[in-house]
Ligand binder design. Structure first.
Ligand SMILES: [Fe+2]
Ligand SMILES: [Fe+2]
Length: 274
């Protein structure tokens, strides 16, 4: 279904979120994300009801999704194919991030959450839609498009593993995966700049600054849930990481960005030393 302003008014926020998840076309996901965000901001879309999101979001026929171990490692060098592969991999991550933001809105809507929770995650969803869009446009400048290369098949695993618990979802998606993005992005930006690809580096810088806010949003709501349950955030986060994150937290950490996002050093330092 193609939404427009007329029929989205009749819809609840949560059913609109489901519509994004069930939309396979990336450009439609982006348009719909912006439309919902605008309608939320101008007060036209108010209702939040209980919905059941799909187990997996709809995806386009291309790119072909393959085992993560078989995806070529991202290499950044002066050659165009290396940069195209990086932009394509990042676009794939951002497409997944659009769905993750709408999934958190839809999946946990039955819990008693302040309206600000929804406002914050709609902002994240709109940012992720913007990120996908600018990366996709940059690929066009190399005569490529999203879907031309193979992509990672494992990005929804964490979402599925944490579907039963909002605190677990926040502990892993923003506070491990997006925080990891903060650690690695500055190096990518430097390599792109050194390769003379200032346009791509500038795109990564936009994404980087927004992602600090996404991690911060994750931390605020993780703390909120921990306070409502009467548990200590640091220990709770570390327990969730042990239970739901396959692999280890990898230093070096970007302390400056993590500080800006409100993640204390003790959280991740004691986790790698444990
Ligand atoms: Fe993003
Ligand atoms: Fe994000």
């Amino acid at each position: 279904m193609i939404y427009n302003n007329k029929n989205i008014f009749k819809c609840s926020l949560t059913s609109a979120a489901i519509e994004v998840l069930n939309t396979p076309d990336p450009d439609e996901k982006v348009k719909l994300s912006f439309l919902i965000s605008q309608n939320w901001d101008n007060g036209s879309l108010l209702k939040i009801d209980n919905v059941i999101p799909p187990a997996y979001p709809a995806r386009p026929s291309y790119p072909q999704l393959i085992d993560p171990k078989k995806v070529a490692r991202r290499r950044i060098n002066t050659a165009v194919p290396g940069r195209v592969a990086l932009l394509h991999a990042l676009a794939h991550i951002e497409l997944n991030a659009i769905d993750l933001a709408w999934d958190i809105i839809a999946r946990f809507s039955s819990q008693e959450l302040p309206i600000q929770f929804f406002t914050d995650w709609i902002k994240v969803a709109a940012d992720e839609a913007k990120h996908f869009s600018i990366l996709s446009n940059r690929l066009y400048e190399f005569d490529k498009k999203y879907g031309d290369l193979e992509a990672h098949d494992g990005l929804w695993d964490s979402a599925w593993a944490t579907r039963h618990d909002l605190a677990a979802r926040l502990a892993i998606v923003p506070l491990v995966l997006e925080a990891r993005g903060l650690d690695v992005t500055p190096k990518m930006m430097t390599k792109l700049r050194n390769a003379g690809d200032i346009e791509s580096a500038d795109i990564l810088e936009i994404i980087y600054n927004d992602e600090i806010q996404h991690v911060k949003t994750g931390k605020v709501w993780f703390d909120f849930i921990c306070a409502s349950r009467g548990v200590l955030p640091e220990k709770t986060w570390q327990n969730y990481v042990s239970e739901f994150f396959k692999g280890n937290l990898k230093p070096p950490f970007n302390k400056i960005a993590r500080d800006s996002a409100g993640i204390p050093v003790s959280w991740y330092n004691s986790k790698i030393n444990s």
